[in-house]
Write a protein of this length. Structure first.
Ligand SMILES: C[S@@+](CC[C@H](N)C(=O)[O-])C[C@H]1O[C@@H](n2cnc3c(N)ncnc32)[C@H](O)[C@@H]1O
Length: 267
């Protein structure tokens, strides 16, 4: 598939050409197979078909979704969250900490948070109640998250002692199953960041990493970002991806100097 054809498909879905730079080849291949399967001889024909057929459109949307993730992705972030940001928040927040992993993929991000929280429980003790939300537009990813079984490459940033403490190695296939107690108490929801209001409000911490801010065009991204910001409580903390930037939309943030890719809402 040529670049201009791929651009046309991205435009159709309101997605960003720049955001797809690093994953272009794989996504193009998937779309090409789908196009051929539908017997579409040109991108124009393909898009006309998608417009007329909701199920095929949904299928194509799934094909342009990127689910790459891993536990403790950008490990420096998690070190700072665990050593500074969360202990400070826990000191000032007595009752309940509300956290949302928005566009959570197959669960690696929210389970990383759960593991970190368990470690804090051992270190600080007497933690507030944790209200932990994990949402994604793709129900298949949430099903995978629910199983909680991952390949070794998903665990490559996980400190060794946590790998041993939190996972059971499966007898075959170099795969690891997360312990059941770490899966409990997470509110999983199918939720579309672009088309739906946030699932709740008053969050102390929102992870919005490697999805909306990377893959969507301004037109879809900015209103969705405003809604997500409004779901953060006063002084709420927003974590974005390593290669992402905050749009100039929806509230005032200051970067946290002690934690990378992390911002505090101040307006
Ligand atoms: C690359 S993964 C990122 C997972 C995790 N946040 C991380 O950084 O490791 C992108 C995820 O965003 C989800 N996503 C993309 N568009 C979305 C939307 N409009 N609403 C909800 N989730 C979306 C995808 O389904 C995918 O699971």
């Amino acid at each position: 598939m040529r670049d201009d054809q791929f651009r046309e498909i991205l435009r159709f879905f309101g997605l960003s050409w720049e955001g797809y730079r690093r994953v272009r080849r794989g996504v193009k291949k998937r779309l090409q197979v789908h196009m051929l399967g539908l017997g579409a001889r040109s991108v124009k024909e393909y898009l006309t078909r998608l417009e007329a057929d909701a199920a095929e459109r949904e299928e194509a949307e799934g094909l342009v979704t990127v689910s790459i993730s891993r536990f403790f992705r950008d490990i420096g972030l998690w070190h700072s969250l665990g050593s500074e940001v969360l202990p400070e928040r826990i000191r000032t927040e007595e009752k309940r900490i509300r956290v949302w992993s928005a566009g959570c993929g197959c669960g690696e991000e929210v389970y990383s948070f759960r593991i970190l929280w368990q470690a804090l429980d051992g270190r600080i003790g007497d933690l507030p109640e944790l209200d932990l939300w994990a949402t994604d537009a793709n129900p298949a990813y949430l099903e995978k998250a629910d199983k909680g079984v991952y390949g070794a490459s998903s665990l490559k940033e996980l400190p060794d002692e946590w790998r041993t403490a939190c996972f059971e190695r499966k007898p075959r296939g170099n795969r690891f199953a997360l312990h059941g107690d770490l899966k409990a108490g997470i509110r999983w929801r199918v939720h579309d960041l672009v088309r739906e209001a946030p699932p709740a409000g008053g969050f102390h911490l929102v992870f919005l990493r490697n999805n909306l801010l990377t893959y969507y065009d301004k037109k879809l991204r900015d209103p969705a970002f405003r809604r997500i910001v409004s779901a953060l409580g006063p002084e709420g903390i927003l974590v974005i991806g390593k290669k992402e930037r905050l749009p100039n939309e929806g509230g005032v943030f200051v970067p946290l100097t002690n934690c990378p890719f992390t911002y505090k809402k101040v307006g």
